[in-house]
Write a protein that binds this ligand. Structure first.
Ligand code: CA
Ligand code: CA
Length: 477
């Protein structure tokens, strides 16, 4: 703070700023003091006789094809233009390029150096024998000098603060997206795709993106089993410039659970959920397809499709196994932006919604193991798998949710659905289910059709020889 004297020292990206407590003051690094701008900042009132006071348009970026439109200000002196951020000065695109710093003509035009303007003669000699004044570039050039950013004036210069993920282009005088993918690949074992303000990582199957969103990992060789189920913040709202807001306070969820219930985005990286009317959403949340094939049993299973990455959702079941819900707290990495916040922060990731999100390696689940200790019937909607518990009921277990299937049904883990057991095809039974009959599977059960010459008996699933002279009868049991 000694560097700034009485002014406030504000740290920013690798440097610092001295900020005077009052708006009408500016910091003078030579005296390390705040000075009233009113003392010195008298707008030059130059007569027409003074050629130096002639006011014309100030241009920037003359290498641009549309340089005629690159007007910084329409009302500047040549010194104001060329000794600050201007590249050329003139009228109606009749541009005189500004002299190059270091050369004689530059030193002549800008005798006090860059960012400093000669005090007009009319103001007389100032009390401290100073003949120059800081140019307030932010005021002179308005939004043109720091497009998409926040301009901050300082003595002999100015700053343009950009949102994270952007840098200030001194030629274009605007905040430009930083291409994170250009020189080094931030995506471990994956492909980097630059986006405005951030970047995305894409993995080639069978690798999938891990919870860091910057690493492609194999499903089968995850070192840390705790990372298999990634639970994180579930956001219920997006506000402003798609910033995540209104977190679910009670607990953290998996991506699937969040998106299929009340969430619109997930995790500290604000990964968007698929649109509720999209096929991705239907697939992820195990919803009936809208094309009429809404029966779970008729639906094709979820497969990893290397040919079509957009269809490569993992079986939703696995992602629904959230870990024990931890206490809610926002990690430090969460980019909680406000509009006025131009600080240096981690880039907010925009996670492509078509990417598989932290899927788990399928593992056999015994639906009747002690994990059912905390048996608890839930509304299907609470289950996070929605229609998945048809012919069963949704229960919360330690790992998340599962379906407790009704008798005659078994859980199909690929479809996260209770499907009918085909008792007739169960080869584990050594004794045929239907004695002297043919087994026929039915929804939730089975039936026996007696073979010709046999009739149903009082015992279920047992056919006995028919009375010899009776006609052939077919009896169902
Ligand atoms: Ca300045
Ligand atoms: Ca970028």
């Amino acid at each position: 703070s000694a560097l700034c004297g009485e002014a406030l020292c504000e740290n920013f990206d690798g440097s610092f700023l001295c900020i005077c407590p009052n708006d009408n003051e500016e910091f003078d690094p030579i005296t390390s003091q705040c000075r009233s701008m009113a003392e010195t900042d008298t707008e030059p009132e130059l007569g027409p006789t003074l050629m130096a006071g002639e006011r014309k348009e100030c241009y920037f970026n003359l290498n641009d094809a549309n340089f005629c439109n690159n007007v910084l200000s329409r009302n500047t002196t040549k010194q104001e233009c060329c000794c600050t951020a201007g590249a050329g000065w003139g009228d109606n695109c009749e541009i005189h390029p500004c002299p190059i710093p270091g050369r004689d003509d530059y030193n002549q035009l800008c005798p006090h150096g860059s960012g400093l303007l000669t005090l007009p003669v009319s103001s007389g000699p100032s009390h401290d024998d100073k003949h120059f004044n800081d140019a307030n570039e932010c005021e002179m050039f308005g939004s043109e000098i720091c497009k998409n950013g926040q301009c901050s004036n300082f003595f002999a210069g100015y700053f343009c603060f950009c949102h994270s993920g952007f840098y200030y282009d001194k030629i274009r005088l605007e905040c430009v997206d930083y291409n994170e993918c250009e020189f080094t690949n931030p995506c471990e074992h994956g492909a980097c795709v630059n986006t405005v303000g951030s970047f995305n990582c894409f993995c080639s199957p069978p690798l999938v993106l891990d919870s860091s969103r910057q690493r492609c990992v194999s499903l089968n060789t995850t070192e840390d089993p705790d990372q298999d189920v990634h639970v994180d913040i579930c956001w219920r709202r997006l506000e402003g410039d798609n910033m995540c807001a209104d977190p679910v306070q009670e607990r953290r969820t998996t991506y699937t659970e969040c998106c299929c219930l009340s969430g619109v985005a997930w995790s500290g990286q604000c990964a968007f959920c698929p649109r509720k009317d999209s096929a991705d959403y239907a697939a992820m949340c195990n919803l009936p397809r809208t094309d009429g094939t809404d029966s779970l049993r008729e639906r094709t299973g979820y497969e990893y499709g290397p040919e079509d990455p957009s269809e490569s959702f993992p079986p939703p079941y696995w992602d629904n196994y959230g870990g024990p819900a931890g206490t809610y707290d926002v990690p430090e990495s969460v980019p909680l932006f406000t509009d006025g916040d131009y600080g240096v922060q981690q880039p907010p990731f925009r996670v492509p919604i078509s990417q598989p999100v932290v899927p788990l390696a399928p593992q056999p689940v015994d639906p009747y193991a002690e994990r059912y200790d905390s048996f608890e019937g839930l509304q299907a909607e609470e289950c996070g798998i929605l229609n998945g518990c048809e012919n069963g009921r949704c229960v919360r277990v330690r790992e998340g949710y599962t379906c407790d299937c009704f008798d005659g049904y078994e859980l199909d883990l690929d479809k996260m659905a209770c499907i009918d057991i085909n008792e007739c095809e169960d080869i584990s039974d050594k004794i045929p289910l239907c004695q002297n009959g043919q087994c026929m599977n039915t929804e939730g059960s089975y039936k026996c059709t007696c073979l010709p010459g046999f009739v149903a008996s009082a015992k279920p699933h047992k056919c006995i020889p028919a009375i010899p002279d009776s006609k052939f009868r077919k009896t169902e049991n």
